[in-house]
Design a binder for this molecule. Structure first.
Ligand code: KG4
Ligand code: ZN
Length: 347
């Protein structure tokens, strides 16, 4: 059993951020994120470039995380690393590094599911949050509504049938010539646009469904741009209107389904996490909806919304303190499977 107050190193390399952090209890002692710029010209993450950039950055990022925490390897109580889901080549860099470091220093080692780390990231900002709860996890790779009645046990209530919410932001940003990553750029442009300028479709997917679909919305944006004569013909105001109307359509569906899940599950708390949780209109909409329904709403500080090592370190600290360990053979798993998401046992 690892002491709950021992500093834990968390390593995250599942996608395009090389990240490491040291957490003691719920306190973040350091949080270093190196975001890869290699993908900007391509409008999306290029897996091979991501793995190579992780290889370049993993050593310096981990060293900096230890230095900023004022600690050495010998002070650590354990090492946690994201091992699923994500890009296989990217995951392998972090997992191999973590295994080697843990073996060399004789430290406890644990693999963490990326979605559990996002969910638990809320506790970095709000340590008092507790189940029963419902969480919307929305990032570039995932859009999941999850129920949790006991920490580390999760039930997936809804998921995307095609694009993830963040992926939709990224693809629409390319259609509007805004570059990558799309989420923050669309949000900023949307501030000067009229969300009612275009009536984009909302995919509700049938009564009671908590699943999502964003590919039709993306096609509708492409058609709207074409109808107006193509990207080059679009004025600044038109772009802002399309961005605002697109964002409104995404926020409408994400918020409505999450609130329905919160009410339907009879929980007291709703969480929002993942890269898309940085979106101000989405945070505001969910907060207002929760207030109306008497639900507690919690979201991480902005710096813990996108991928980071602190959320992995916290998840690791909590699991190590329960006596859990991963074997040296721990696999890297690219997809979200029942075995990797908090045991996925029915709650
Ligand atoms: O969690 P994250 O950093 O990486 C993954 O696990 O995928 O999420 C990145 C995603 C990107 O698709 C990015 O466009 C989106 O989060 N994102 C946003 C905002 N900031 C980041 N989407 C909407 N609004 C934002 N402000
Ligand atoms: Zn993520």
């Amino acid at each position: 059993m690892v002491n709950a107050d021992a500093p834990i190193l968390g390593i995250e390399t599942s996608c395009d951020d090389t990240a490491a952090a040291v957490v003691r209890g719920h306190r973040v002692l350091s949080n270093v994120v190196s975001s890869q710029m290699d993908h900007v010209p391509y409008g999306g993450v290029v897996p091979e470039l991501a793995s190579r950039a992780h290889l370049r950055m993993i050593g310096p990022v981990v060293r900096q995380a230890l230095a900023e925490a004022g600690l050495d390897w010998g002070n650590l109580g354990g090492i946690a690393v994201t091992h699923a889901p994500g890009l296989i080549g990217s995951l392998l860099v972090g997992v191999s590094f973590a295994k080697a470091a843990a073996a060399a220093r004789g430290l406890p080692f644990i693999g963490i599911n990326h979605l559990e780390a996002h969910l638990l990231s809320v506790r970095l900002s709000h340590p008092e949050v507790a189940p029963p709860l419902v969480a919307l996890l929305a990032s570039g790779g995932h859009t999941e509504i999850v129920a949790c009645r006991r920490w580390h046990r999760y039930r997936i209530l809804g998921t995307t049938r095609d694009d993830a919410a963040g992926e939709a932001f990224d693809k629409v940003a390319v259609l509007l010539g805004l570059g990558y990553p799309g989420g923050p750029r669309i949000e900023q442009l949307a501030e000067s646009g009229n969300p009612e300028a275009v009536a984009f479709p909302r995919a509700w997917l049938g009564r009671g469904s908590l699943d999502f679909s964003f590919s039709g919305l993306k096609t509708a944006v492409r058609n709207e741009v074409a109808r107006r004569g193509g990207l080059e013909a679009l004025g600044g105001n038109e772009k802002a209107d399309i961005a605002a109307a697109f964002q409104e359509a995404v926020v409408d569906v994400l918020a409505a389904k999450t609130l329905d899940a919160g009410t339907g599950e009879g929980v007291g708390t709703v969480l929002l996490a993942g890269g898309v949780a940085a979106n101000r209109p989405l945070r505001d909409r969910l907060e207002a909806g929760c207030l109306e329904r008497g639900l507690r709403f919690a979201v991480p500080a902005f710096r813990y919304c996108g991928d980071n090592g602190a959320m992995v370190a916290l998840a690791g600290a909590l699991r190590l303190a329960r006596g859990e360990r991963s074997p040296w053979e721990l696999a890297t798993i690219p997809t979200l499977t029942k075995t990797t998401f908090g045991s996925a046992a029915p709650s």
